[in-house]
Design a binder for this molecule. Structure first.
Ligand code: EPZ
Length: 415
């Protein structure tokens, strides 16, 4: 099994280019089911995007991926089922459901299943689908959907679920209906999917905080470039904040990172921010991070919680993290404690007391962002660390060791 070997305890200097957004590329790849010939640029080369391409191929859509560009050809005849193995390989494969239903008028998938950060049900997706006229049958592990005609609907989401919002957009985009989403997710990746669908001839608008989808008869060819990955950008900013140093990130959308950057500023880092770059200068040891509560966008992103916690492990004084989105997203803490981090978990709060000195150790990744947090912790810790189970990290970062080596980090992948 591959591992990452890290020699930590040094300040980081350098610059890197940030990959395209995984959580934008995945729903856009699902949206190619609705179109004919699509070219998607800036697609990150990850286990999850490769899995999405395998799903497209299993549906009969040709999909080629090279040099961060995906080219798809869809002759309209598509399958309606996704195999169990492909569903289990990537939880977010559920976002294909709306697009398949729209084209094939039926769909059969297995429940995507939870993962290490939580049970991750899809009740909001299925409730919305029923309100749009889909008939949904479920047995213990499979979901069978059939559709005659999409109905006009005003969907009020109980929670601004990213996946449910995306699935409703993908189901309604090609239809005779008008569907409104109230309390939909507002993450930048939602707007990117909206722009992608509209670039194919779709009609999705934001009208007074509501997402209004006016179904079209068909969607057409497009070339599109997905937005930069805001969570990957935050990861590298936190690495520099945790270690001290000076770095520049290009190919970013600073407006997508304003709250995380403000918290890093509060913890003592200084920034120079341009249209598509961010420069960070961090003291040897961060100051206090204060209170960090994860919320739907534009609140603090849950995907950045573990990453910030790793930087805060060396911060001055005590800070507090509250995880409001997922019920099991603290698994990285016991691993950070192996480096000497001091954390006290009380329900969904973690009180972190920063330590000036952390010491390298053998660590084990248990989820994607928790794994990235261990890399940051290892870089900030004096001496050698080895991180195991790094397949999780490869689901969301294009060769994380290459990007961090751009900042002079001593990190290498070992077979
Ligand atoms: C997306 O997951 C992202 N994944 C996640 O990123 C991200 O953490 C999450 O949004 C929140 O921002 C992708 O975009 C591929 P949700 P998603 O539906 O769509 C509950 C990463 O690290 N919920 O907004 O699954 C759910 O259990 C990943 O890149 C229901 O209860 O997130 C969770 O507690 C991790 N019923 C909360 O809502 C539903 O039907 C947020 O889920 C749907 C969701």
């Amino acid at each position: 099994m591959e591992t990452l070997k890290v020699k930590g305890g040094k300040r980081l200097y350098g610059e890197t280019t940030v990959q395209g957004a995984k959580n934008s590329a995945l729903p856009c790849l699902a949206a190619t089911v609705l179109g004919r010939n699509c070219v998607i640029h800036n697609c990150p080369d990850l286990k999850d995007t490769r899995a999405a391409i395998e799903i497209l191929k299993s549906l009969g859509i040709s999909a080629e991926f090279s040099d961060n560009t995906v080219v798809t050809h869809n002759n309209g005849e598509i399958g309606f089922a996704i195999s169990d193995s492909l569903m289990k390989e990537m939880r977010s494969s559920v976002v294909f459901l709306g697009a398949i239903l729209s084209r094939a008028k039926k769909a059969e998938i297995s429940y995507p299943g939870g993962c290490s950060i939580g049970s991750r049900p899809i009740d909001l997706h299925l409730k919305a689908f029923r309100e749009m006229g889909v008939s949904v049958e479920t047995d213990n592990d499979r979901i069978f959907c059939t559709l005659d005609k999409i109905k006009d609907a005003k969907i009020v989401l109980d929670f601004p679920s990213v996946g449910a919002t995306e699935n409703i957009m993908l189901l309604a985009a090609v239809s005779d209906a008008e569907v409104e989403i109230i309390n939909g997710a507002k993450e930048p990746e939602i707007l990117d999917l909206q722009n992608f669908i509209n670039s194919m001839g779709g009609d999705i608008r934001n009208v007074k905080e509501r997402l209004v989808i006016r179904g079209q008869k068909a969607l057409y060819d497009t070339q599109y470039k997905v937005i930069p990955d805001r969570i990957a950008a935050i990861t590298y900013l936190c690495a520099i904040c945790g270690c001290g140093g000076h770095g520049r990130l290009s190919c970013v959308r600073p407006e997508h990172l304003s709250l995380p950057v403000a918290i890093l500023e509060r913890a003592g880092s200084q920034f120079e921010i341009g249209e598509d770059y961010i420069e960070i200068k961090s003291p040897n040891r961060p100051k206090n991070f204060g209170l960090i509560e994860t919320m739907p966008y534009p609140g603090f992103p849950t995907d950045a919680q573990a990453i910030f916690m790793a930087a805060a492990a060396r911060g001055k004084g005590e800070c507090c993290f509250v995880e409001n989105i997922f019920e099991n997203r603290f698994r990285h803490i016991k691993e950070l404690e192996k480096l000497g981090a001091m954390a006290d978990i009380k329900d969904d709060c973690v009180y972190m007391t920063g330590r000036k000195r952390l010491k390298g150790n053998r660590l084990y990744a248990e989820d994607l962002r928790g794994g990235a947090a261990l890399v940051i912790g290892a870089l900030a810790a004096k001496g050698e660390s080895v991180i195991e189970n790094i397949g999780y990290i490869d689901r969301g970062y294009e060769k994380i060791e290459r990007s961090l080596s751009d900042f002079g980090a001593e990190i290498a992948r070992e077979k």
